[in-house]
Design a protein around this ligand. Structure first.
Ligand SMILES: Nc1ncnc2c1ncn2[C@@H]1O[C@H](COP(=O)(O)OP(=O)(O)OP(=O)(O)O)[C@@H](O)[C@H]1O
Ligand SMILES: [Mg+2]
Length: 310
């Protein structure tokens, strides 16, 4: 693990954290590991998947022994709650608050034309997710404290993240006043306030993922989304000492055997991390590659916790 423990520590003081990054880099595993750490710290954490169908299989839920997350927040593991954010439930909530009646909202949603508009119209899908998220952030306990102190969202893909973070500004240009505008501004007050919201980008130390990570950081900046840092996942552990490594490198250069790339992975990884460091001032938290096992998430949580030690 790397330096910057305080920046990762800060993640646990936010209300909403978007876990984003290119496909397959470990967003779901990191979301599960961070939720485990939050729970160990006594933070009331809610993890969210974003889905189209409540019956879809969820790799995030799998880490907690389930096939999918519930469509209403529910305890999925001691001290950890989970929910799947569905565009449609959010749209219903949203229409309810605009139309001030559940019956009217349901009637509106059952009209085919409106449903088509809501699923095809620009940004309406994100609007549903956005509004459901807002409802979860607003929820208060009887003592006034938030029900969900930290909402951790396993974002589906880079493009979707930028659609969500760019949504308020886009829609506020079209609808600057009224209840929609008020909801968008309230959402912005969480997401775009660096004290309350952050996006963390998960990446792996390879050429394309690092380039995409740099592009994503720029995209997030353009949409006004504060960024916490990069979780550089799956860093291969170099089994060789520096002397062994230099002997190995000269041999590899000489004979260039089949599989030389595999031997070079740790070296290439360091090069890509250096390239990322040159491209951003944000903290980069290094997470090792661990053996595949049922204990992966607990292992990742422990590796992250090690890095939190001053
Ligand atoms: N640090 C790690 N060490 C070893 N294996 C890891 C590590 N992080 C993630 N993995 C493995 O990599 C694979 C992809 O991880 P994960 O599903 O979390 O990625 P993702 O970004 O959510 O993918 P998707 O784009 O499919 O949603 C999984 O098999 C996971 O077990
Ligand atoms: Mg995933």
């Amino acid at each position: 693990m790397s330096a910057d423990p305080s920046s990762l520590q800060e993640l646990f003081t936010k209300r909403v954290v978007l876990m984003t990054g290119k496909g397959g880099v470990g967003r779901s595993s990191m979301t599960a590991a961070l939720a485990t750490l939050a729970q160990r710290k006594g933070v009331r954490v809610l993890i969210c998947d974003i889905g189209d169908d409540p019956n879809d299989y969820s790799p995030l839920a799998r880490h907690f022994g389930r096939d999918r997350l519930p469509s209403q927040p529910e305890v999925i593991s001691p001290g950890i709650r989970g929910v799947v954010l569905l565009a449609r439930s959010g749209q219903e909530l949203f229409l309810k608050s605009v139309l001030r009646s559940g019956t009217l909202a349901r009637a509106a949603l059952s009209s085919d034309a409106l449903r088509r508009l809501l699923s095809a119209g620009p940004s309406f899908k994100e609007m549903g997710v956005f509004f459901q998220l807002l409802t979860l952030l607003r929820a208060k306990q009887s003592d006034g404290a938030p029900v969900n102190e930290l909402v951790l969202i396993d974002m589906p893909a880079t493009g979707h993240t930028l659609s969500l973070t760019g949504l308020p500004e886009l829609l506020l240009r079209l609808v600057p006043r009224g209840p929609i505008a008020a909801a968008l501004r309230e959402g912005q007050s969480y997401l775009n306030d660096p004290k309350l919201g952050a996006a963390w980008v998960v990446a792996i130390p390879e050429t394309l993922p690092v380039s995409e990570c740099l592009e994503l950081l720029e995209g997030l900046h353009k949409t006004g989304m504060p960024t916490g840092g990069v979780l550089m996942n799956r860093i291969p552990v170099d089994p060789f000492s520096a002397a062994e490594r230099s002997a190995l490198e000269s041999t590899l250069e000489r004979i260039n055997p089949l599989g030389a790339e595999g031997f070079r992975r740790p070296v290439l990884a360091r090069r890509e991390i250096a390239r990322l460091r040159a491209g951003t001032k944000l903290p980069i938290i290094e997470v090792p590659e661990l053996a595949h096992s049922a204990e992966l998430i607990a292992g990742l949580a422990t590796a992250l916790a090690e890095g939190l030690k001053p």
